[in-house]
Ligand binder design. Sequence first.
Ligand code: SAH
Length: 466
Amino acid sequence: MKTFPMFLTMTDRRVVIVGGGEQATQKCRLILKTEAHIDILAETLDVELQSLAQAGRISWHKGPIGPARFAGAALVFVATGCPGMDACLHMLAKASGAVVNVVDQPDLCDAITPSIVDRDPVIVAIGTEGTAPVLGRQIKTRIEEMLEPKLGDLAALAGRLRGFAADRLGPRARRDLWAWVFGNLRAQHAQTGDAAVARIIKTAIASGGAPAAAPAPVALVGAGPGSSDLITLRGVKRLQEADIIFYDRLVDPQVLELARRDAERVYVGKAPGCHSWPQDKINAVLVSAARRGQRVVRLKCGDPGVFARGTEEAEALQAAGLDYEIVPGVTAASGAAAAVGGFLTERGKTDTLVLTTGRLADDGDTPDWVQHITNRSNVAVYMGVRAAGRIVETLRKAGLAQRIHVTVVVNAQRPDQQVLHCLATALEATLAEAGVDAPAILFLQHNHDIALPQPVDITTVTRMAV
Ligand code: SAH
């Protein structure tokens, strides 16, 4: 950052504006929103400034300008409209140690005015350091739409009731109260205004806090495959509500950044082959956190319903009499297909999509995906890198190894994404050569360049696989 955003205290401060024309008037309108006292230094004043001076809202000083005029000012705006004059006045103001903004001359500015969304006392300042004013305006428009005009009144009302709440409620109850106020009462406040909503909040505080909501279900949230913008809005909402987040190895650290700053983050990852956090232990910590009354998020990579052992956690919660909620996520196969510009199904070409795993089930059986291979199927294999040998062997036994084209998408939707293509027969060599040791999806599809008896007879394939 070349600039650092700060909110300056303006109460009982003085802002000096040099100039009496349109540019100076614009700055004056801005500063009039604050509690600062405004001194205008100019020989002549624009009509708007004249009437402000007559009404006593600003002080007008004519005559020679020396450094003393700027002493102790919170801010100085130089806006005479004449670049040469502005440069001299800048030097003069700097000599008195003031923070100076020279209109339209970024090189002479100690501070630049941001775009402002004003819902006083809620103020959003947007800056692009002069790189992209159009983007700044677009962001401002979006935020203007998000924040209803009366939001500032509601924030001010909350400010007036903070002391009352602090006297009667503990920290957790206070947080719940304000979450309820800003989560549930904004629409009502926008319609009815302060008085009705103040009554509701005061009654809630007097009776111990926000109306008791049913305890929040434990949220099993899908974080998506990689980049943090592939989580759903509902997932982000749950993260922001959470007191504690149990997260997996493959969850992108930036997704965790979306959570509340003071939420507890607990890593419960399992590296392949070494189960440092056995599933039973994960189930137990979820249950005990929820029983303590904490709002719990179990954050899993991809979708929590796809090879994520969600069932075991959901059953453990249910057995403990606790509710759970599944918040879906973008599964790795979707992320991987999109990352290579491909589609998981294609009308008339790929009409069967299989999501399967390269890991053996607990009884040692290989998942029987091979029976689903047809010339119009797409088989996405999760956890397939270490199992590549067995996958190829299964295909070989089914007489398919020569005909299957494999697309390997490693670290899909992450900066280090890698894509490999090969025939199934060359899969192990290809993975070894590329040194793949990261999560990957293997897409197995018929190689349509190779002439095949079409369609593949599923019963024959099954027989061959046996
Ligand atoms: N619940 C997850 C899957 C977890 S199993 C989901 O819906 O995506 C872990 C496997 O997911 C990894 O071994 C790998 O096969 C796959 N995977 C997860 N993230 C991935 C990524 N960014 N790129 C490729 N594969 C990924």
